[in-house]
Design a protein around this ligand. Structure first.
Ligand SMILES: C[S@@+](CC[C@H](N)C(=O)[O-])C[C@H]1O[C@@H](n2cnc3c(N)ncnc32)[C@H](O)[C@@H]1O
Length: 225
């Protein structure tokens, strides 16, 4: 493995805001912070927002800067990418940021019923061959339903026509309540309030890559129960 990657992995082991649970916590053991993240880790009663498939965690860190009165947890399976966000949070002294390295498939092992207020899906893999693995499939939405508070919000920001079209179909099929949906978020930016405009202007690593290639960025926000 590259030296740089190993150094990042070593550094993350020392970070108290990075959790890299073993597979046992998804199978046989109970995650000690499940249902208790706010009270026992963040030491507050603030709402918790997840970024699933966070990569370098631009939304996790960007939202944490903007909303100190909320807690943010970035989830991804790739540690070297996650290090970028974890390091920024550490250097900036952000106390409302955690990174959790695990598969999203196991998400309900780490959070209790109603523990999560919002979920951000940022430039999720479109999974052209495997619709079930798309992060807005019924398979994943069922998992989100287990951990989201009633009225909790799912946000999707993506470059992918395939994923966005699929998500629109899922919304219709399952009757999720749409708060916003645009096939061109930057064209329609002025239709959002100022706060939301600032949030939507946060750019992730993948967004920058896709935008350079001329991709149009899409956004939807919906409730699943
Ligand atoms: C296309 S990248 C986007 C990363 C970041 N959100 C961005 O916009 O730059 C998708 C990310 O989702 C993560 N991912 C995809 N499926 C996952 C899963 N089932 N569990 C955990 N992470 C997953 C990948 O490791 C990758 O970092």
């Amino acid at each position: 493995m590259a030296k740089n990657k190993l150094r990042r992995f070593d550094e993350m082991k020392e970070m108290s805001h990075v959790f890299e649970p073993t597979i046992a916590f998804t199978k046989t053991e109970k995650w000690p912070l499940k249902g208790k993240w706010a009270a026992e880790f963040f030491k507050n009663d603030h709402p918790i927002v997840l970024e699933l498939g966070c990569g370098k965690g631009e939304y996790t860190v960007g939202l944490a800067r903007k909303y100190p009165e909320k807690n943010f947890i970035g989830v991804d399976i790739k540690g070297a990418r996650m290090w970028v966000g974890a390091k920024s949070a550490q250097e900036e002294g952000l106390k409302n940021v955690v990174f959790l390295r695990t598969k999203i498939d196991f998400i309900e092992a780490f959070f209790g019923a109603g523990e999560i207020a919002e979920i951000w899906l940022t430039f999720s893999d479109p999974q052209p061959q495997k619709p079930r693995k798309r992060l807005t499939s019924a398979y994943f939405i069922q998992k989100y339903r287990e951990i989201l508070v009633t009225g909790g919000i799912v946000h999707l920001k993506t470059d992918s026509d395939l994923l966005f079209e699929f998500t629109e179909e899922e919304i219709k099929t399952h009757g999720y309540k749409v708060n916003h949906l645009t096939w061109d978020v930057y064209r329609d930016l002025s239709t959002f309030d100022e706060d939301t405009q600032a949030v939507l202007a946060i750019k992730t690593h993948y967004e920058s890559l896709f935008s350079e290639k001329g991709a149009v960025i899409k956004y939807t926000q919906f409730n699943i129960h």
